[in-house]
Design a protein around this ligand. Structure first.
Ligand code: HEC
Ligand code: HEC
Ligand code: HEC
Ligand code: HEC
Length: 166
């Protein structure tokens, strides 16, 4: 009986490891339940060393959490703040929906990514983005004026004649 349970458990964990993205269900890789080192009971030693060109200061908040793993030393898909989309500052001209901003009103890594295993999207992105060819739809969350949304409309609608002015 025990052996059967172990076999079932092994299959279950193997299946979940494949079913989800690389941030698997070991929630404790990011959250420490009793020995937190940051907000949202973040358990990773924050990487505050990398200077953020958008703020002139070291990385902080969720950014320092992500960079705790995504850096050159760890070699896990390193992200360099010197060459990445601006983060860490309050938005200027660009209108960002309030629910995408961090609790401090800044643009974080979590503005664009929901890093949780339950997120089925391409690259853990927010919005409804299933593959790289749909990135424009994602950018439109904040840069609507730059995106031709008709490209993402269902085919039938796209082929239909332009609607008459109302
Ligand atoms: C890659 C790192 C990472 C992993 C793995 C991770 N979390 Fe999180 N979690 C975060 C960050 C960052 C926040 C705060 C920002 C946010 O809300 O997205 C957070 C916030 C939360 C919150 C509070 C905010 C909310 O959305 O309700 C809960 C609850 C939570 N995580 C549960 C989990 C559970 C359960 C797992 C495992 C299945 C997990 N997390 C795995 C990074 C992670
Ligand atoms: C505990 C370490 C750890 C932390 C912290 C972490 N990640 Fe990851 N992340 C990983 C690993 C491991 C991979 C897989 C790397 C690979 O496949 O080479 C990954 C992959 C990714 C990917 C690519 C997903 C894909 O489908 O290929 C994205 C996007 C990502 N992480 C975003 C984030 C963001 C945003 C944060 C902060 C909220 C974060 N990660 C924090 C370990 C981490
Ligand atoms: C403005 C939105 C945005 C912000 C902010 C953002 N990302 Fe991303 N990230 C993306 C998009 C879009 C992709 C997918 C790019 C592609 O597939 O070409 C991506 C891809 C990634 C990947 C996978 C890289 C790879 O080599 O495949 C990682 C890891 C990642 N982001 C981590 C982060 C971290 C860490 C932060 C915060 C410092 C962050 N992202 C902030 C939009 C964003
Ligand atoms: C969650 C909101 C959000 C998303 C999604 C987003 N951006 Fe941005 N983007 C911003 C903000 C905020 C700025 C900074 C301008 C400002 O301060 O208002 C910015 C700035 C930029 C800039 C100017 C960079 C510079 O150094 O001046 C470019 C280019 C850009 N975004 C491209 C993209 C692309 C391409 C995507 C999709 C792959 C994307 N953004 C997705 C919010 C976003």
């Amino acid at each position: 009986m025990h052996k059967l349970l172990i076999a079932v458990a092994a299959v279950f964990f193997a299946a979940t490891a494949f079913a989800y993205g690389p941030h698997d269900n070991s929630c404790v890789e990011c959250h420490s339940l009793h020995y937190a080192k940051g907000d949202s009971i973040i358990g990773i030693k924050p990487n505050t060393m990398e200077k953020n060109p958008s703020t002139g200061a070291g990385a902080s908040d969720d950014i320092s959490l992500c960079l705790g793993c995504h850096n050159d030393d760890e070699g896990i898909m390193p992200i360099l703040l010197s060459s990445t989309h601006p983060v860490g500052m309050k938005p200027g001209k660009v209108k960002v929906p309030a629910e995408l901003l961090t609790s401090k009103g800044t643009l974080g890594c979590v503005s664009c990514h929901d890093p949780h295993p339950s997120n089925p999207n391409y690259q853990y992105l927010r919005g409804d983005v299933k593959k790289s060819g749909q990135l424009g739809k994602f950018c439109a969350l904040c840069h609507k004026e730059k995106v031709d949304m008709s490209e993402f409309a269902p085919k039938k609608e796209a082929a239909a004649p332009a609607p008459k002015k109302q």
